[in-house]
Design a protein around this ligand. Structure first.
Ligand code: SAM
Length: 300
């Protein structure tokens, strides 16, 4: 890409021309979302929202901006996720910093937040803090805190992860957003203070089967942490341990809400929950996705 758009050296790269060219090039490089990628990356370079770009189609792009943009689209063409390139991702009502140490928050996980928030807002919800297991970037915990701020029903939020590098990102997000949360480094419940009981445990754990992990798109498999994705032979290694441990950490009447990757995993997780004393066990398919959210309430 030279500073000029076509063979005519007076033909300048405008925002529109650049977006059209880049979307075509990224599409041919294998991106499934080339136009959105192009808009996100150009918006990042220019410090403008996507809406602003669309309203400024005829604006010329300066040589220094073009050079910076070129670096970014080269990275995207090598399959690096846009969220890692720009270092941020919108999630639910908030925006979080992301690095390659954490999973890029997915839209389907917003449904997990919605279920937990609905329970926590309900007058019949038990009192007590909330635990986000496998917190990664902290997106679920922070979106729940944001929801509590809106409704005025504030609870302590705890977030844990086995990856210290992921927790650095979660801590930085909490500080950036001035949203206090207790961050604990450890394997699931291992490092939580004994005796603590939660009103809700939420988690988006790793649930991809090892065989499916090997077949994931390069964008995911080669860039996102395997620890965040690979849930073992049936994808349920971590889910099984979360459900088995949950009754020891929940108040009676407390909620456990988990994201899993398929109907079959949801059915299996429901059976596990019933076996350890949960009631109101429900699998709900996330609209437009194969993922499911399993919710259950600990018997009183
Ligand atoms: C699917 S990611 C979810 C991240 C974030 N909650 C989200 O929804 O975007 C799963 C997270 O679980 C963490 N993890 C994997 N095994 C774990 C374990 N045994 N104990 C605690 N965290 C674990 C990973 O480090 C990763 O951050």
């Amino acid at each position: 890409m030279s500073q000029h758009a076509g063979r005519d050296p007076t033909e300048v790269w405008t925002i529109q021309r650049l977006l059209v060219w880049t979307a075509d090039w990224l599409g041919r490089s294998g991106s499934a979302t080339p136009r959105i990628d192009a808009e996100s990356l150009l918006g990042h370079v220019l410090g403008k929202s996507r809406l602003h770009l669309l309203l400024s189609f005829d604006q010329p792009v300066q040589a220094n901006e073009l050079a910076a943009f070129k670096q970014l689209i080269r990275r995207r063409a090598r399959h690096e996720p846009v969220a890692y390139i720009v270092g941020r991702r919108g999630f639910h009502d908030i925006d979080v910093a992301v690095t390659p140490a954490v999973l890029v928050p997915r839209p389907e996980t917003e449904t997990l937040v919605d279920f937990a928030a609905a329970y926590l807002q309900d007058a019949s919800a038990v009192d007590g803090p909330v635990l986000d297991l496998c917190t990664g970037s902290g997106c679920v915990a922070l979106a729940l805190i944001r929801d509590m701020e809106k409704t005025g029903k504030i609870r302590q939020v705890w977030a844990s992860d086995v990856s210290e590098a992921a927790l650095d990102v979660a801590r930085a997000n909490a500080v950036d957003q001035a949203r206090p949360m207790y961050v604990v480094h450890g394997d699931l419940y291992a490092m939580l203070p004994a005796g603590l009981r939660f009103a809700a445990i939420v988690s988006n754990p790793p649930y991809v089967t090892t065989a499916d992990w090997q077949k994931l798109d390069a964008d995911v498999r080669d860039f996102e942490p395997r620890l965040a994705l690979d849930g073992g032979p049936d994808g349920l290694d971590v889910v099984r341990r979360i459900v088995a441990g949950a009754p020891d950490w929940l108040h009676a009447g407390g909620l456990c809400a988990l994201e899993v990757g398929s109907r079959a995993q949801a059915v299996a997780a429901c059976s596990m929950a019933e076996a350890v004393g949960f009631a109101h066990v429900r699998p709900t398919q996330v609209v437009g996705s194969k993922t499911h959210v399993v919710t259950c309430v600990l018997g009183r």
